[in-house]
Design a binder for this molecule. Structure first.
Ligand code: GAP
Length: 482
């Protein structure tokens, strides 16, 4: 049995070496907390996005998808509360000038304590943050003599709030330009289109609107690779419901979303709920689905009961009526046929999900061969249904008509799933490379293929090999992708 290890720093290097993730603008020494997805990474990201999109739209009877613009009217962000409240409490160390998010600073210090002291410190911090008591938070930092990791001193400024939105100018003529924001969440594009979609789609409550797309936040402390970035992608769904039913739908979506993550092969033991103590300005209940990343349990997805906050605020700021006429309530003879719907939101970061999949997939294996010598490999055990490349087609040698047979198979399969053709290097080396990029199936065409139309199929995860008919390859791979 292979001996397996899982290492975060190694994973980061592996992502670069095999075309998954590159530092943005690396040529110019990079841009902090911004990343590019390479030839393998962009395909994996697309596959994860498609899997989400399919399960949130195609497989639902009452959820539709949209694609709203990143730029929105600046008043949207006034109405949503982001201009006034979308900020993080920060503190600067006066000696090193290093800026910290106070919760990160305290959490990091708490990790150095025993379990009881850690839990008590975190609970106190959460209580103070929930009460917006920044003086109390500063006192907590002082009392614990928390130090800056650079200067090693406790010479801190007061705790201050920093808005996380990026702004820019719109309009090409100087003087006529106006400040607009890069959206910090995709959700507002859904809220401002609520009536458009409800009316044109003849949607009946309860119904949802889903969207995937880029969001931007000027994270002061950006860390842990693609976990916290300044430009990232969200996959969000707003589920519009009758007022008073929010508890029931909140519980429903919380369980549905947990099951969904498990359907992607994430073990239940690595997922947990974390209820928010400090609620965002729009929520009456909220929780995170946390995943156990290599650096600990952290937020992967947020489930928020957003009440009627957003629609009511947009109605106020736009001076337009945003309401739903509930025929069924009316028919039941109940009052309030017209109301502002309540909303349950599910919001997962695509990049965080990518990191989740990669940290589960990355495996270093070592084993003893029959002759007693060591062997090893690095393998990405990405679930076949989302793996970037599904099938590698490998002629054993570059001659004797084997490449021709391989290319024919390539032509047969490439319309149905991503294939990779490789005729260079020894076959063992090619298998290792396919393991390293996470290709679940390799097919080798050899001289026997010419005699009996069979090929060797090799399975990535257990390295098992078997002989199958050439004509069955496509069908077999398709069956394994479901
Ligand atoms: N519309 C609600 C909303 O934006 P959030 O909890 O701030 O809620 C939702 O963000 C998800 O977006 C998070 O659970 C996380 O997966 C992802 N996310 C948030 N900030 C991120 C960042 N700086 N980098 C990468 N992903 C981020």
């Amino acid at each position: 049995m292979a001996n397996e290890t899982n290492n975060f720093q190694e994973l980061i290097s592996h992502c670069k070496e095999y075309g998954y993730i590159f530092q943005s603008s690396e040529l110019y020494d990079g841009l902090a907390a911004v990343y590019d997805y390479g030839q393998m990474g962009s395909q994996l990201k697309k596959n994860i996005r498609d899997y989400w999109w399919k399960s949130m739209t195609q497989l639902q009877e009452n959820i539709v998808g949209i694609d709203a613009a990143i730029f929105m009217h600046p008043t949207v962000w006034k109405a949503s509360g982001h201009v006034d409240s979308f900020s993080d409490p920060m503190i600067d160390n006066k000696d090193s000038n290093k800026r910290y998010r106070v919760d990160h600073l305290i959490e990091e210090y708490a990790e150095t304590l025993d379990t009881q002291a850690r839990d008590s410190l975190i609970a106190t911090m959460e209580k103070l943050l929930a009460a917006d008591d920044m003086v109390g938070v500063k006192q907590l930092i002082d009392e614990n003599k928390i130090k800056c990791s650079v200067s090693k001193t406790s010479n801190w400024t007061e705790v201050r709030q920093f808005n996380l939105m990026f702004d820019t100018q719109i309009g090409s003529i100087a003087g006529e330009s106006d400040k607009i924001y890069l959206r910090p969440e995709t959700a507002q594009g859904i809220f401002v289109n609520f009536l458009n979609v409800q009316k044109t789609g003849r949607m009946k409550i309860p119904f949802g609107i889903a969207q995937t797309g880029k969001a931007f936040r000027n994270e002061i402390v950006a860390r842990q690779f693609i976990f916290r970035m300044r430009e990232f992608e969200q996959m969000e769904m707003q589920f519009f419901i009758r007022p008073g039913t929010q508890k029931q739908w909140y519980d429903y979506w919380k369980e549905e979303r947990l099951k969904w993550h498990e359907s992607l092969g994430i073990p239940a033991s690595k997922l947990r709920f974390h209820d928010h103590v400090k609620l965002a300005h729009y929520a009456d209940a909220a929780l995170d689905i946390e995943f156990e990343f290599p650096f600990g349990f952290k937020e992967l997805e947020g489930i928020h009961s957003r009440t009627d906050y957003d629609l009511t605020r947009h109605a106020t700021f736009s001076k337009k009526k945003i309401q739903y006429f509930d025929n069924e309530l009316n028919e039941e003879g109940k009052p309030f046929g017209n109301y502002t719907p309540y909303v349950i939101e599910t919001s997962v970061g695509l990049d965080r999900l990518f990191l989740t999949i990669m940290s589960l997939a990355y495996t270093e294996e070592k084993w003893l061969k029959e002759d007693g010598s060591d062997d090893s490999r690095v393998v990405l055990k990405i679930p076949a249904m989302i793996a970037p490349t599904k099938l590698a087609i490998l002629p054993l040698v570059k001659k004797d008509g084997l490449p021709e047979i391989a290319k024919e198979l390539m032509n047969e399969c490439k319309g149905s799933f991503m294939c990779f053709y490789e005729e260079k290097d020894a076959i063992g080396k090619r298998y290792r490379r396919m393991d390293a990029i996470g290709t679940p199936f390799c097919v080798t065409i050899d001289h026997q293929t010419k005699e009996d139309n069979t090929v060797t199929i090799r399975y990535r995860d257990d390295m098992r090999q078997e002989r199958i008919l050439l004509k069955d390859v496509k069908k077999l791979v398709l069956e394994k992708l479901i």
